[in-house]
Ligand binder design. Sequence first.
Ligand code: CMC
Length: 428
Amino acid sequence: MSETAKIELGGTTYEFPVIEGTENEKAIDISNLRAATGYVTLDTGYKNTGATTSAITFLDGEEGILKYRGYPIEELAEKATFIEVAYLLIYGNLPTVIELETFRSNITKHTLVHEDMKQFFEAYPAKAHPMGVLSSMVCSLSTFYPESLDPNRSAQAKDLTILRLLAKLPTLAAWAYKNSTRHPFMYPKNEFDYCKNFLYMMFAMPTEEFKVDPVVVDALNKLFILHADHEQNCSTSTVRIVGSSQANLYASISAGISALWGPLHGGANQEVIEMLEKIHADGGDVDKWVLKAKDKEDSFRLMGFGHRVYKNFDPRAKIIKKACDDILTKLGVNDPLLAIAKKLEQVALEDEYFKSRNLYPNVDFYSGIIYKALGIPTEMFTVMFAIGRLPGWIAQWKEMTENKEPIGRPRQIYTGEVLREYVPIEKR
Ligand code: CMC
């Protein structure tokens, strides 16, 4: 007989099925709990709540394992291209040569954005944070493709929206940066691959020949792969929940970009560099900052440390730390922030506060140092995360819609006033 869980309430025992995933993770299926008992569960921040079943990404926080569609992240980061990984996440299998070529060439057909969108960019102040611009621009795409608003359109029409998003996000991201520098926008060059084309739109100038070190292109490819999906995190859950109302894919991804922006999520990569710069400018006394991070009266936290699910190590951080050393050596960059980051990591990892709370460097701890070495400006770091995460968001949205999941609508326990009598304003 299959395993069940028993809950006793008011002297009555209720039984609920236990479901098991392919990696032997177990969950108590309480979808019938309220109907059977009148109770709901309470789990602020969803620390123990499985919001869905999913066949995309597997993550074991205790063992530090991360796999996309069954492939270990270490292997993909070493051997695959970002576009190959995007196909894998979205369509479930690694592409054949023909599938990959078709996917790649379909993406290049859609890299241009409507000329009218240039006027939107120009209306933003130069100081606008590129994440605010990106989120708005992605939502604006829906206004140029009104057919994407139909939740019942064909799978082929949905694929076209997916291709448009993958193709246009780098263009929009690079143009957000160009606008902040008030430099001319560079149109995509379709003979370049995905990462090189993005670097071209970011850094090329019409007056100069564009040259990029292949080390930089490879590093970007690796970083995008490491960010490509991470199961039901804050931004991905946002994409799924917005999409569950049948809002269009552009709106759902725009919401995901906004969720990613926060400093506790993708915004941490910008915060890490700013923190390291502050420590450097302050004389590099790492112990002082570790003390500050431990002080509960002080709001300072070690950015790039800690994770909701990784309680041993973040496998992405391991890969990035090594990549960071390699890339800086290959590019001949000697960044004092890397030395501070390493010292900070060492001090924190030996400290009882961090040990007892299982706080380890996460993906964002070293990624900023690489982005900096590649010449990416600090305010663009979270934008880079968003470009990397796009295939994951799309895959999760696609799975959610194909599984016909119901609209996301959590319950609550109300703790406010019970009943009050309205008092006219002149009597208050
Ligand atoms: N520095 C100092 N103390 C910390 C830190 C930190 N970075 N992270 C957690 N703690 C402490 C926290 O104060 C709490 O202590 P206590 O038990 O004494 O109250 C304990 O560790 C548990 O923390 P929590 O905030 O309850 O844990 P959480 O799972 O809700 O939060 C987190 C996870 C990532 C938001 C948090 O660790 C954090 O704020 N880290 C810094 C921001 C960061 O690097 N975010 C990027 C995450 S990885 C990229 C991504 O995928 O989003």
